[in-house]
Write a protein that binds this ligand. Structure first.
Ligand code: ADP
Ligand code: MG
Length: 376
């Protein structure tokens, strides 16, 4: 993959695809600007090397040109962060300027269709192309794929770091390689489970996705969140991964999905009617934490329980704290796993916290990412 080291940018206008798909509140204010901050190393380097920037990004999934999907708040936030005016421009009316940002690329009809004509229009505006939008690299869109073939192109520093860290897990991991996989659904994570069945030394399962496994084993799951379509794949993973797979041995349950619900500890994994398993229990948390501490490499995706609710955060917190102190190479993917780390104040303590949800999972699954392939 070509990187910024391979690109001549001095005196050029560089089209930079960034991932500014930030979360917003009802008033449209940005609630977390980490994705904007994550692009700064690339943007600063390009400017220091004498490039003018033309930024391209998407926000949400607009059907039309709805104003709530405007990149105006992102342009203003970036302007504060770099201390320079960031002009927001329509594709057919791009002004001169050191830093200009195109309006939401998904306002353009052809963007998600990887339309070659739209890519030509992007390319006509710049001398070179840099893709730093790792979070969008698993999509073949006009601003992530087609345009990369029309200009001298390279990966930005964020994209480069993501690909290096995540491929490192697959290609040459320090062993033991431990995967901690949790979250809501087996079907979301089945590709990751399959990839790690081949490569990992241990796979630790938590979150609501343990219930399809337990159901496949004949346990009662009570009112737990248990994805029906996950039972069959879980049964298959159980057969394939007998020697590697670890499931919870105890649980914390509540009657409802809220923080004030009555709580009970369950020794074992049979959940009574009227109760739902909402966290792994303390024995499981201790085992998982020990495995993380003893690992050479850890990949973690998906919380161990409903960590947003304080009474059910302990299992996720135990894993997060073990990640923080482990001498292993620690890599975290997944939006909610990242949110959990941030909630515990541990986001800085892991070696790599991926900014890409779907993209990081697909990369770990060993799938080629169109946005990356186009730079190779
Ligand atoms: P990520 O975004 O890190 O990939 P997921 O989106 O797969 O993670 O899953 C996160 C969600 O799963 C969280 O909202 C969390 O509350 C929920 N969750 C985890 N365990 C449970 C559980 N036992 N019961 C209900 N919800 C759960
Ligand atoms: Mg999620």
């Amino acid at each position: 993959m070509r990187t910024l080291d391979d690109l001549d940018v001095e005196g050029k206008r560089v089209l930079v695809r960034v991932d500014f798909n930030v979360p917003r509140d009802e008033a449209g204010r940005i609630t977390d600007d980490s994705r904007i901050r994550a692009a700064l190393p690339t943007l600063n380097e390009l400017r220091e090397r004498g490039a003018r920037l033309l930024l391209a990004a998407h926000l949400g999934r607009p059907k039309d040109r709805e104003p709530e999907f405007s990149l105006r708040p992102a342009a203003d936030r970036l302007s504060e962060l770099i201390g320079t005016e960031v002009k927001l421009a329509e594709l057919d009316d791009v002004p001169e300027g050191d830093v200009v940002m195109l309006e939401n690329v998904r306002y353009e009809q052809g963007e998600t269709k990887n339309d070659p004509d739209l890519a030509e229009r992007y390319a006509a505006l710049a001398d070179a192309y840099v893709n730093d939008a790792f979070g969008a690299a698993h999509r073949a869109h006009a601003s992530t794929e087609a345009v990369a073939h029309l200009l001298p192109s390279a990966a930005g520093r964020l994209l480069e770091r993501e690909v290096t860290a995540l491929r490192g897990i697959l290609e040459d991991p320090q062993r033991p390689l431990v995967a901690v996989v949790g979250g809501a659904k087996v079907t979301d994570k089945i590709g990751v489970l399959d990839a790690f069945l081949e490569r990992a030394d241990e796979i630790l399962i938590g979150g609501a996705m343990c219930f399809p496994f337990f159901k496949a084993q004949g346990h009662s799951v009570g009112d737990s969140l248990c994805e029906e379509e996950g039972i069959e794949p879980a049964a298959r993973v159980l057969r394939a991964g007998r020697d590697k797979l670890q499931l919870p041995v105890d649980l914390v349950a509540g009657q409802e999905f809220n923080a004030d619900t009555p709580i009970r500890a369950i020794d074992g994994v049979d959940v009574p009617e009227g109760w739902m398993g909402l966290d792994i229990g303390p024995s499981t948390a201790e085992r998982y934490a020990d495995a993380v501490k003893d690992a050479g490499t850890v990949f973690w995706n998906g919380p161990m329980g409903a960590f947003e609710l304080a009474p059910f955060a302990a299992g996720t917190k135990a894993v997060a704290e073990a990640m923080a102190v482990s001498s292993a190479t620690t890599v975290v993917g997944g939006g909610d796993s990242a949110a959990a780390l941030a909630q515990f104040g541990l986001a800085e303590m892991v070696d790599h916290l991926s900014t890409g949800g779907g993209a990081s999972l697909e990369l770990v699954e060993g799938k080629p990412l169109p946005g990356v392939e186009a730079l190779t």
